[in-house]
Design a protein around this ligand. Structure first.
Ligand code: NDP
Length: 280
């Protein structure tokens, strides 16, 4: 869990290098913001105490990662719209005397997406049904994507996400169990890999889709931030697709988080450069 803080105390705790910390601190330095972003490892048993501690110390907000994204909800006062639908929080924000849980995973993705395509009435293939797919499915549907074909290896998980998206959004949802190499249907505007396939160190792992069915001009997005140029991204480029790497989603979540906490719009380019430096 990463607490955002304005406090000026000293933390005598060792801390592993964390790309999110480096990315946010780069933005603070660039904009002369006297803020700190501190990485704290919190065990599930200590989550409630940690949140109470953040509140007691007057912190402005925090991010939380797995395994706290659902458990943190009971310690907050309310949820933003997409966090409520997704059922998970990765960003807590102090607004007045209330603590609001937001989910910036999908919002960060959509912010990257709208730079290359208007999502209104588009058709999307979403590969995966875990936390990232859940956030992307909800947020792209809220942004206007009208058809989502969800493809997942585990049928149970895929069906659960499909029925949640059907119930909570107005998009048309179809679930396809993932067997062999999936052929992208004609007429698909956007293809998203929201699985963990390709994450370092498995950099040559292939997302099982039939690359010959990708079309020039289609948008192909990968959530994997490390390495940014995944095999899928490289394959899609050879087919003339417009590609979006996972760094964009990660950077934009950071930009949105800082805006929630401080009201300041920070330079995404500075944050991206820091991650590129770290991920090579
Ligand atoms: P989860 O563990 O919740 O879900 C993983 C998904 O990947 C599941 O749908 C799983 O399928 C699928 N999967 C994994 N291996 C395979 C395989 N060999 N073949 C087919 N499907 C597979 O993870 P998250 O959703 O939380 O994260 C997914 C990825 O997204 C991670 O790599 C993470 O780094 C990245 N991410 C990136 C972010 C960014 O800002 N760029 C933000 C959040 C996440 P099944 O259900 O069948 O197991």
């Amino acid at each position: 869990m990463n607490f955002l803080s304005e406090l000026t105390g000293c933390f005598a705790q060792p801390c592993a290098e964390n790309p999110t910390v480096a990315m946010l601190e780069a933005a603070y330095q660039h904009h002369d913001m006297n803020w700190r972003y501190i990485n704290c490892e919190i065990s599930p048993a200590n989550l409630g105490d940690a949140v109470r501690g953040a509140k007691a110390m007057g912190w402005t907000g925090f991010n939380c990662s797995l395994p706290h994204k659902v458990a943190v909800i009971e310690h907050l006062d309310e949820l933003g719209e997409s966090a409520r639908i997704i059922g998970a929080v990765n960003c807590a924000v102090r607004r007045g005397d209330r603590w609001v849980g937001e989910n910036t995973d999908g919002k960060g993705f959509v912010q990257s997406l709208v730079e290359v395509i208007d999502p209104q009435n588009k058709s999307m293939v979403l590969l995966g049904a875990g936390g990232a797919a859940r956030a992307i499915g909800v947020e792209t549907a809220l942004a206007g994507v009208s058809q989502i074909t969800l493809v997942n290896r585990s049928v149970e998980r895929g069906e659960q996400l499909a029925s949640m998206l059907k119930e909570k959004t107005s998009a048309q949802i179809q679930f396809i169990p993932w067997e062999g190499y999936y052929a992208i249907p004609d007429g698909t505007d956007i293809v998203v890999n929201a699985t963990s396939i390709g994450l370092s160190p498995d950099v040559e792992a292939r997302v099982p889709i039939d690359i010959s069915t990708l079309k020039a001009g289609q948008v192909v997005a990968d959530v994997i931030p490390n390495p940014p140029r995944t095999r899928l991204i490289r394959d899609a480029e050879t087919k003339g697709c417009t590609v979006l790497d996972g760094l964009g989603m990660l950077v934009n979540q950071g930009v949105i988080g800082i805006k929630y906490w401080s009201g300041i719009d920070v330079d995404a380019g500075v944050m991206r450069s820091k991650l590129e430096e770290l991920f090579g």
